[in-house]
Design a protein around this ligand. Structure first.
Ligand code: ASP
Length: 330
């Protein structure tokens, strides 16, 4: 698994605004291709997405490849097959995918299917709908040829047993993980955005959501406009953190709309975070919310409520960059 060894404390990129060497406004070229993802595990997702772009593939295929890597290969407590379950011990997965023309698909509370992002893509491409949930999502997945398999790992089951003793639902801010040796994060999402050689954008999100959530709880990741939004006219945004805050603020849509009004990706992310704080000043002190955005020129920005949000950037120059976002609270 990717570790924080690769972490770059970059003063050059302080403010989390990454500007393309070939500048905004130029015609798309392969040197403009870029993939960005949330968290340290985003490095692996980017590296799975990048060859799709270099082989001439589109942004949509790239983000699906990156999300599939996280769902299948990464084994943490918050994404895909090794995710932690809900209050009742059931692992449910949420995912979405979107291209820059407004085509999108999503699944929520999906059980026993290893690649929810690909089911989300099938919803987008093979149904007149956008979002399928629970049993209906699983039924559709099986009809599409996805295999049912038990995903809950023994480690996740054991963690749930331990949690059940006190059974206290308490989202943790990931930067505090270091203070909890042996502990795993109890929520995070792989959000991935790509810009292809034709200048087209796409994005995807995949997560097991908040560990120990109520059965049936759906977060922001499969809600288009909350956990993910993409518009080829402007840019793309994705989110991680306590999803209820993103849903309250239609947050990824907000970030894209702020970029439409002329904000840089970092300014747009910061303004969206400030909106979260204004709405719920007390709650915002104890929970994490993070945004990551890329505009159509390939400029990248991020911002978080709390210290500790890192994001991965991959382009022709460097495939394993990991940067830290600025935050409201240190
Ligand atoms: N946004 C996810 C959810 O609320 C969790 C996370 O990304 O931390 O389900």
């Amino acid at each position: 698994m990717t570790t924080r060894r690769r972490f770059l404390h970059s003063t050059l990129l302080a403010g989390s605004a990454l500007v393309l060497p070939n500048g905004a406004g130029a015609a798309p070229t392969s040197s403009r291709m870029r993939v960005v993802s949330t968290w340290d595990f985003g490095v692996g997702a980017n590296q799975a997405a990048w060859p799709v772009l270099t082989r001439g593939g589109g942004a949509l295929d790239a983000v699906e490849a990156g999300a599939r890597w996280a769902e299948g290969t990464l084994c943490n407590s918050t994404v895909g097959r090794c995710g932690y379950p809900d209050r009742d011990g059931t692992l449910t997965l949420d995912a979405s995918i979107m291209d820059g023309d407004g085509r999108c698909g999503a699944v929520a509370a999906l059980e026993d299917i290893a690649h929810p992002v690909s089911v989300a893509r099938a919803v987008m491409e093979k149904t007149p709908h956008v979002l399928l949930v629970g049993d209906g999502a699983q039924q559709f997945a099986v009809e599409q040829g996805f295999e049912k398999e038990a995903l809950l790992t023994p480690e996740a089951k054991q963690a749930w047993r331990e949690w059940s003793k006190a059974a206290k639902y308490q989202p943790q801010i990931n930067a505090e993980r270091a203070k909890r040796p042996g502990n795993r994060d109890n929520h995070d999402t792989l959000g991935i955005l790509a810009l292809d050689a034709d200048g087209r954008l796409a994005g995807a999100c995949t997560t097991s959501g908040m560990a120990w959530k109520l059965h049936g709880r759906v977060g922001d990741s499969p809600i288009v406009g909350a956990g993910l939004y993409v518009d080829n006219e402007v840019g793309a945004a994705t989110a991680s953190g306590v999803g209820e805050e993103m849903i309250r603020n239609a947050a990824s849509f907000l970030v894209v709309e702020l970029m439409r009004q002329g904000r840089s990706p970092m300014e747009a992310c910061r303004e969206a975070i400030e909106r979260v704080v204004r709405k719920r000043p007390e709650a915002s002190k104890t929970l994490q919310v993070c945004f990551l955005a890329m505009n159509k020129a390939g400029e990248v920005g991020a911002f978080a409520l709390h210290h500790g949000f890192v994001y991965a950037v991959c382009d022709a120059g460097k495939q394993d960059a990991l940067l830290e976002a600025r935050s409201v609270y240190a």
